[in-house]
Design a protein around this ligand. Structure first.
Ligand code: NAD
Length: 473
């Protein structure tokens, strides 16, 4: 028996108890922080039925009512930020301060507010003697949202905000690793909306699969790994669901020989290690010209030495533990195999002693293509640094994998950097920065990283269907 706080699902405007619960532990200490409900297919069916009912009325609401609802949701998050940030740190591990939980909650408010202001006006595409033709954006219906554990609240908002704004209802299924914070935030949001419009069903045997096959779910918005994305696409095919899939990356950064190593080190460091590297569009392979290679390695080593890692609730820490055992084991494997494959570990390299999934910042110099830590998305505090002399070869290697979320070029000469950017396959190419996302800038990857885009007007339109009115004159 444990007296840990019990968290609940929220379906059809009501707290919904589960027959079964499981313990959730703090990745920094291993302590139990709460009990998560285990969702079932029956819970999911009730949530989808409630969403379908609620959407019928919501889809008829005028645009300004939906925009106002988003503004209200932003307020709700803002009012509850302190509670949610602390819970997020305890469950996810990221620090409260720096680019951690408070930053993530700030992003939730910003995205909700920005989405409220996005317009979806009627477009007149013909108006002459023959006809008037109008293009309207109408709701898709019920949207199923499936989220990962790295930025669990922000990504939930990336799914929920455009869905609600465009007149849809939502059933969200959070990652089993970050259930508690998502349950709490979604309950607060759902209470501010008509009953059934927003529902959260906890992970449980077959719940995710049931969402992707349910005949009354019209679209899936998924953020997670490419392998899961492929399964979802296959599962959604028989019911021809609309899909937005945001998946894995292995972002390359190319550092040109003209950089000032000390000046770019901080930007490269946080581009790679934001959220301990557990970020889809983090820099995951760094290609550095031979002329500045040693200087860049030294400058990154110096930045790493000044970044405190520890329990995220301690406000001095800027990095926390890895979120879960699976990811900790993966980073451990990639770091330990690097020396045998020819890599030279210049910082970190093995797990920290003591409790929690702490793994130090790890820099692997002399890394090469073909090494596991270069070819696989490490999604953790490890960065391989690859030496090059011919930039065409660096570009070839950067483009050689099938995942292309983002890439970056670092140089004093932004025209030259832009020429290289044009040759990189990626959804976003940054110059002299890496990983920034914003609510007004469309975001999505090339090839196996994405299907569709999120954010901005393009992201909002992907939560709507086009309906044409073609009126004879
Ligand atoms: P994951 O694919 O293991 O899980 C993501 C979600 O999918 C979880 O909620 C999980 O329970 C659910 N899921 C798993 N199998 C399913 C199935 N068969 N049907 C339905 N749902 C299923 O990913 P993760 O480990 O949580 O996240 C890490 C990955 O996510 C990394 O590859 C990262 O690059 C990627 N990611 C991408 C973006 C982006 O915007 N492109 C953002 C964040 C993370």
């Amino acid at each position: 028996m444990t007296d840990a706080a019990q968290f609940h699902m929220f379906i059809d405007g009501q707290v919904t108890l589960a027959a079964e619960t499981r313990e959730v532990r703090d990745p920094a200490s291993g302590d139990v922080i709460g009990l998560a409900p285990v969702g079932t297919r029956a819970d999911l069916d009730r949530a989808v039925a409630a969403a379908k009912r609620a959407q019928t009325a919501w889809g008829k609401q005028p645009d300004d009512v939906r925009a106002q609802a988003c503004r209200k949701l932003a307020e709700v998050i803002g009012e509850n930020s302190a509670e949610l940030a602390e819970l997020l740190t305890r469950e996810q591990g990221k620090p409260l301060k720096g680019l951690g939980s408070e930053f993530e909650l700030g992003g939730c408010v910003a995205w909700m507010n920005a989405t409220a202001e996005l317009p979806l006006p009627v477009e007149v595409i013909q108006d002459d003697d023959a006809a008037r033709v109008e293009k309207h954006y109408v709701p898709v219906g019920v949207i199923g949202s499936i989220t990962p554990w790295n930025w669990p609240l922000l990504i939930a908002i990336w799914h929920i905000a455009p869905s609600i704004r465009a007149g849809n209802a939502v059933v969200i299924k959070p990652s089993p690793y970050t259930t508690l914070s998502t349950l709490r935030m979604v309950e607060l949001l759902a209470r501010a909306l008509p009953a059934g419009l927003l529902n959260v069903v906890a992970d449980g045997e077959g719940v995710g699969e049931a969402l992707t096959t349910h005949p009354d779910v019209d679209k899936i918005i998924f953020t997670g790994s490419t392998e899961t994305g492929k399964k979802i696409m296959a599962a959604a095919a028989p019911t021809l669901k609309r899909l937005t899939l945001e998946m894995g990356g292995n972002d390359a950064g190319i550092v040109l020989p003209d950089v000032d190593a000390k000046a770019v080190a901080e930007g490269i460091f946080w581009g790679a290690f934001i959220n301990n590297g557990q970020t889809c569009a983090a820099l995951k392979r760094l290609y550095v010209h031979d002329k500045v290679y040693d200087e860049v390695c030294a400058a990154l080593t110096e930045v790493a030495a000044g970044v405190p890692m520890g329990n995220g609730l301690d406000e001095g820490n800027l990095l926390g533990p890895i979120q879960n055992q699976m990811q900790f084991d993966k980073v451990t494997r990639l770091a330990s195999s690097a020396p045998g494959e020819g890599g030279r570990v210049i910082v970190g390299g093995s797990p920290q002693e003591g409790s929690g999934y702490f793994f130090p910042i790890t820099l692997v110099a002399d890394a090469k293509e073909g090494m596991a830590c270069v070819d696989e998305e490490q999604f953790g505090p490890l960065l391989p640094i690859i030496r090059y002399t011919d930039v065409a070869e660096a570009i070839r290697q950067a483009n050689s994998l099938d995942v292309d979320l983002a890439a970056s070029v670092w140089s004093k000469d932004t025209d030259r950097a832009q020429e290289i950017a044009e040759q990189l396959v990626a959804g976003t190419v940054y110059i002299n920065k890496h990983g920034e996302v914003a609510p007004h800038i469309p975001f999505g990857g090339a090839r196996y990283s994405s299907m569709g885009v999120e954010f901005g007007i393009d992201g909002l339109k992907s939560c709507a269907n086009i309906k044409i009115y073609n009126i004879a004159k």
